[in-house]
Write a protein that binds this ligand. Sequence first.
Ligand code: PEP
Length: 258
Amino acid sequence: MKPFLIIGNWKLNGNVLFVKNYINKIKNFLEKTKLNFCEISIAPAYTYLYLSNICLNNIQMNLTAQNVDINLYGSFTGEISIKMLKDIGIKYVIIGHSERRIFHKETNEYISKKFNIIKSNGLIPILCIGETELQKNMNQTKDICAEQIDIILKTQGIEAFDNTVIAYEPIWAIGSGKSANPIEVQNIHKFIRKYISQKNLKISKNLIIQYGGSINKNNMDIFIKQKDINGFLIGKASLTAENFISIVKKAEKIMSFL
Ligand code: PEP
């Protein structure tokens, strides 16, 4: 069984003290609890990744970066390369998040280049896809998800999705406090897996499909029980170690019964 992958996306939050306290609390928790069903990761801002890596000190949690540049080195002021992320022990890199698509005008083509640079350097992309509320109301969710996947299929082939994570994040559910209907989410995840399986069954079975959008400890239960939901990408509810730990504890318990 695939581990249930829970990632806390801290976005533009945190400071040195926050990082140290948060990781200490996770450490204390992991000293008492071995994770058998979940894999956990946090995505602090770039400035705190190195410190986080030192603080982690081989506990059962890894690190995710919130972004990466498409270039490896050179005159690209303000950017961070995949080699730099690899150098400090990062495992996952989030790309295609709607906040970057919207506020930084990142296109499917640009995101596809990020996907390629991550894969070719041996890290794991978390490709965020999902529709706006208008697109949902117009019944376009599956088309939008397919379009966001297609650009990578066309440029890099199905093999690019081997050992990869897709995070389905309906844009209207992110940060709104209004999570999507878990049965509808299962339906979209099933569609995504089938879409990939038409090209390669084995890759589709191994694909981790996370859900993201206002998940918290009170609404997570039904999501986690769905066959094609293999993890959560969590924003707001990951901003305290206590909440994050409550989610992980609950996920471990539910997963142990499935
Ligand atoms: C996100 O930003 O990826 C996210 C899921 O945020 P939130 O949990 O706050 O909706």
